[in-house]
Design a protein around this ligand. Structure first.
Ligand SMILES: *Cc1c(COP(=O)(O)O)cnc(C)c1O
Length: 230
């Protein structure tokens, strides 16, 4: 049952926090609801979930009007510049910013709506060819440019770790991202905050929490397997 899954994930987060001497209130669980219908999201909401992650603009715009208004929507997937306008006033955070052009387009749409958009920079820590995201050494140069933007607030970093059998294999990836965020924090770049580390998915969120994640994005572990055929 979904409510049981949700509780189980929450309990695992608490355990990982205890193990690493962290306060579990520092960690936000984002229920990744992509491909799932609104009835299922409502079920998760009724079980207590308030943060939902989606990776497609069309899914956010379709689900948004059907569900309670106190849901915090997080855009976690690759975002095309021409689609920002559909979600700019609906999402609490965009996790997947990986280029100056995308940041500029977000700045432009946010200005139109007179809002400040919280974003994370997506880092391809393991430098996998198949993944989006900045290389580690591209992060600071981009931050220095975004620092001038008045309608974007950088809140931290995000990574999608490699798909592995043993989550321990990703521990170093999470450590590297945490270290990068600490190093950036010390630079005190204007308008750049490093309070969020969005890392860890169903297969490895406990390890990610042990290494400092403040947001974990869990889909399958809450909603079960996804069926992309429907
Ligand atoms: C789908 C997705 C997740 C959740 O993946 P699970 O393995 O189902 O937990 C997390 N982050 C991103 C960016 C995703 O696209």
């Amino acid at each position: 049952m979904l409510a049981d899954n949700l509780r189980e994930v929450q309990k695992n987060i608490e355990k990982a926090c205890e193990k690493s001497h962290r306060n579990s209130e520092e960690v936000t669980l984002i229920a990744v609801s992509k491909t799932k219908p609104v009835e299922i999201l409502q079920e998760a909401y009724d079980a207590g979930a308030r943060f939902f992650g989606e990776n497609k603009v069309q899914e956010i715009t379709a689900k948004y009007p059907e569900l309670p208004k106190d849901i915090h929507w997080h855009m976690i997937g690759h975002l095309q510049r021409n689609k920002i306008k559909y979600i700019i006033d609906k999402v609490d955070m965009i996790h997947s910013v990986d280029s100056l052009r995308l940041a500029e387009a977000i700045e432009h749409e946010a200005a139109k709506h007179d809002l400040v958009m919280p974003i994370l920079l997506e880092v391809n820590v393991a430098e996998e060819d198949t993944k989006f995201g900045l290389k580690m050494d591209e992060v600071v140069p981009l931050l220095e440019k975004i620092s001038d933007f008045s309608h974007i607030q950088v809140e931290g970093l995000m990574t999608i770790a490699p798909f592995v059998d043993d989550p321990e294999e990703n521990r170093q990836v999470f450590r590297d991202l945490k270290q990068l965020s600490v190093d950036i924090g010390k630079k005190n770049i204007n308008n750049i905050n490093m309070r969020v580390l969005s890392m860890g998915m169903t297969g490895d969120y406990q390890v990610a929490v042990e290494e400092g994640a403040t947001m974990v994005r869990v889909g399958t572990g809450i909603f079960g397997a996804r069926n992309y055929a429907v």
